[in-house]
Design a protein around this ligand. Sequence first.
Ligand code: IPE
Ligand code: MG
Length: 248
Amino acid sequence: MPERSPTVDPERLPRHVAIILDGNGRWANARGLHRTAGHAQGEPALFDVVHGALELGLEWLTVFTFSTENWNRDADEVAFLMEFNVDLLERRRDELDDLGVRVIFIGDHDDPRIPPAVLDRMRIAEEQTADNIRLTMVYAFNYGGRIEIAHAARRIAAAAASGALDPADVDESSVAARLYLPEMPDPDLLIRTSGEQRISNFLLWQAAYTEFVFTPVLWPDFDRAELARCIAEYQARDRRFGGAIDGI
Ligand code: IPE
Ligand code: MG
């Protein structure tokens, strides 16, 4: 197993790293393969990153595996992604459990387009790994940041309509408490692969002060060494959270 990258300072690790996995289709296209071959090749990349996260000692790792916009892709690709995610969970659940990884899903899981078998596998993986404490791996599946915030607003409106909440008391914490996973800390670092430089409706609320690192590496070529490079780039930044630059 490779040594921890010397460029990462273990004292200043990001607590939560979120990743927009991108470039699977281009990886496949460059090899004359079907786009779905790129998704399949994303699996070893994902698990190498999980091992890298464990070696480094990250607490939270969130991956964007299916967005609410991904339904717009060809039906065969959508069907592949649904099936692939079930299959992946089935095959890797015990491995993740043995590694001490807690698996949690966020997203719109009331969407009737998600096959019940997929939802079942998600619940089984969550239940089996619920007591693990080394690393929490959040799968953003059928996730969209805007719909997450809209759901929170809907719950706030319902609480106000029932008289349980005074509208004058609605503040940032009222929204944060009604997101999919309120206990999840905001990501310190968000990585997007494949050279694209957008947030694409990912963790809109939570990324208010997140550092973004964009890498040209296509997701199937990403690995723990590239994760370490992204973290080193993050560690070279000066996070001020809206404050002034020291000494100026
Ligand atoms: C990301 O790779 C995988 C998912 C969003 C499921 P893409 O499928 O978006 O790959 P490109 O952007 O077409 O190369
Ligand atoms: Mg893409």
